[in-house]
Design a protein around this ligand. Structure first.
Ligand code: MSP
Length: 650
């Protein structure tokens, strides 16, 4: 790997449920850093993917009445769609069910076996299926009513497993690992997390069970297909398999040589042990160079709980994106959640920040500048032959901001970089205010034009620096100045050059506001098309009275479960929580045109006072409302903002 290449990865996510804010957060960090490095002129490979093997997936598939392969195939698209919605611009998407990946895993295990790093023995341990890991029992573990230990994260009973297993000689790498940490104090960012890892390794490493006899959904263990490779052994290998490892073609080998070792593995603190201990030990055994850095972030908490699909408190990403705009969510997560700490997510906080920082500070500045220039016939904005002291001061500030932004981004501290940028945006606002171009335009045209030009130069830098975080909004901002991002340019050279403050901007029309203001707690989607002229209905022959409307109880409820009805290819049976209207069994004939994964956990709208009726021998206790889209898919009707179950529509 040369200095001009940058390989960055996200964890590969379990596909037993849809992506949520937590998984989006890691993916956004990696996407933002990948985009930043491309901007800095580097050749980038950004890898994400899905972890599709193991007991968890097997059980989830069975719940949906699907084969494991059918199930993971259906979820694969759900992840890709979510990443597309949020502008995640990955270069590779690896699935652990991909043939090249399975081949690389067999190759890797066979190699370890051949060189004597693997042996077979009996294993007895306590296993947590959602974690896909054996747990070490400790006195501070939560327990159930019978005194049995529970997983601290998932609060679920552990399974005692006693079976024959293959083991990796992890213990043999203890000293080498400690030496590596010692020589690479910046291996983990932030540094503090390395201490925990060192303490864990020093406490003594046990050999690692790397096969499972009772899990059939996995990569067959080389030489002994009665076992499958342990999911973490399988999963970690994705970072190699996606870039050609284990393949013999010269093209694959070239690809591997280009990208390995990886520059940054992004993850939350839950999986540091796997990446900081097991993974380097595997790589040492393979005699491959070790990753340069692990960028470890905190958790996003909702109601003080770590958001995860197993815990089941996920916020719906599609709803969030359509309500607030996906770039706005990207911004909020990258700015307000400090990578180094856990962060709480709340809609109130989100709305406050979007209004203050995006609509007021940035959006208004762009709008005021461009509209003032255009209303005074300035269409081409040029640099003056000499900049005044005030402008020079602003640019000095800009140069410092650039260096601070660069430095923070080079260390993965995106929230710090954005804080610097917003400080600069405030200075530009202050500059604009002090220079009063709406006054100078009346008596000092030269000064007026200079103020517009200095502000446009500043906005240009802001737009470019923002592009890794808000790619769509940055493009709109730059377009308003007659600029685009040029993928062939090295923007580091650009912003460090003396020519930086000598640009020309072309203004054509006052841009529509970059960010719509959000009315507190009544979020309006920013890009809602203007309402069409209402059609008069009074004379319509089907017109009804308000009394007719109030007869129907339209009620909001959350779908707790949804499964196909045996013997029918159309019907779903759902359990819906309708709050004070109770838990209802509702049948809907949409199985062919609406994936169950689109429904589970979502709030829909139901007719709650419809007489029960029987379908296929089962009682349906209400009716769920759907809308058919142009492709004939049924889309559930929902509310734009989460409300209490049982809320009646009015
Ligand atoms: N499949 C393994 C990873 C294998 S990588 C070789 C796995 N998958 S996961 O779906 O459970 O994802 C865990 C990762 O998702 C965390 O490390 C983190 O990157 C992200 N997050 C999941 N919940 C999160 C929060 N509540 N907050 C922040 N990140 C979260 O573990």
């Amino acid at each position: 790997m040369s200095n001009n290449t940058f390989y960055i990865t996200t964890p590969i996510y379990y596909v037993n449920a849809k992506p949520h804010l937590g998984t989006l957060y890691s993916t956004l960090i990696a996407d933002t850093l990948a985009r930043w490095n491309r901007l800095m002129g580097k050749k980038v490979f950004f890898l994400t993917g899905s972890d599709e093997h193991g007991q968890k997936m097997y059980e989830q598939a069975a719940k949906h009445g699907m084969s494991p392969q059918q199930f993971v195939d259906s979820m694969d698209q759900v992840f890709k769609d979510a990443w597309k919605t949020y502008q995640i611009d990955y270069d590779g998407f690896i699935r652990t069910t991909d043939p090249i990946h399975k081949h690389a895993v067999s190759y890797f295990i066979s190699k370890l076996k051949e060189q004597g790093d693997i042996y077979k023995a009996e294993y007895v341990g306590q296993y947590c299926v959602p974690c896909e890991a054996f747990m070490t029992l400790s006195s501070d573990m939560p327990i159930d009513a019978h005194g049995k230990p529970l997983c601290p994260t998932h609060k679920r009973p552990l399974q005692e497993i006693a079976e024959e297993s293959y083991f990796f000689r992890l213990s043999a790498y203890q000293d080498q690992l400690l030496e590596f940490y010692e020589n690479n104090p910046n291996f983990i960012i932030p540094k503090e997390r390395l201490h925990e890892v060192i303490a864990f390794v020093k406490s003594g490493l046990k050999d690692l069970s790397i096969s499972r006899k009772t899990v059939s959904w996995g990569v067959p263990f080389p030489g002994d297909p009665s076992h499958t490779v342990y999911v973490w052994g399988d999963a970690l290998t994705n970072y190699l398999s996606a870039i050609g490892y284990g393949q013999s073609s010269s093209q694959a080998q070239q690809q591997f040589a280009t990208w390995w070792p990886v520059q940054v593995h992004v993850m939350a603190k839950d999986i540091v042990k796997f990446h900081a201990v097991y993974w380097p030990a595997f790589l040492m055994a393979l005699k491959l160079p070790l990753p340069k850095h692990l960028l470890v972030h905190g958790y996003i908490l909702v109601d003080n709980d770590k958001m995860s699909k197993s815990v089941g408190n996920a916020v719906d990403l599609n709803l969030l994106g359509t309500t607030y705009g996906t770039d706005q969510i990207r911004y909020y997560l990258m700015r307000q959640m400090a990578i180094t700490h856990d962060g709480s997510f709340s809609l109130e906080d989100l709305e406050t920040h979007l209004n203050a920082e995006l609509a007021n500070n940035l959006g208004n500045l762009l709008n005021r500048t461009v509209s003032l220039a255009l209303s005074n016939k300035v269409l081409k904005v040029k640099a003056p032959s000499h900049w005044s002291h005030a402008s020079m001061h602003l640019f000095h500030n800009a140069e410092e901001t650039y260096r601070a932004y660069w430095d923070a981004m080079s260390h993965g501290m995106i929230h710090v970089a954005l804080a610097h940028l917003w400080k600069f945006i405030s200075s530009v606002n202050a500059f604009f205010h002090e220079q009063k171009p709406w006054v100078t335009v009346k008596h000092d045209r030269e000064q007026f034009e200079e103020t517009i030009s200095a502000t446009c130069h500043s906005l240009y830098m802001i737009g470019v620096l923002l592009s890794p975080v808000m790619p769509i909004k940055a493009r709109e901002l730059l377009a308003a100045l007659g600029k685009t991002i040029d993928a062939a340019l090295n923007y580091d050279t650009q912003f460090r050059s003396d020519d930086c403050w000598n640009r020309t901007f072309t203004l054509e029309h006052t841009p529509k506001p970059l960010f719509a203001r959000i009315e507190p707690a009544v979020a309006t989607a920013p890009d809602v098309p203007p309402a069409t002229t209402p059609q008069a209905v009074s004379g319509h022959q089907d017109a009804i009275n308000i009394e007719d409307v109030t007869k129907v109880h339209l009620v909001v409820g959350t779908i707790r479960s949804c499964e196909p009805v045996t013997g029918s290819d159309k019907l779903y049976k759902m359990q819906v929580d309708l709050g004070e209207y109770g838990q209802r069994q509702i049948l809907a004939g949409v199985a062919k045109v609406c994936p169950a994964s689109d429904l589970i956990g979502k709030q829909g709208v139901y007719v709650a006072n419809l007489k029960p009726r029987k379908l296929m021998g089962l009682e349906s206790q209400g009716m769920m409302l759907f809308a058919e889209d142009e492709q004939g898919m049924m889309r559930m009707t929902t509310v734009g903002y989460p409300v209490k179950n049982g809320t009646r529509l009015r």
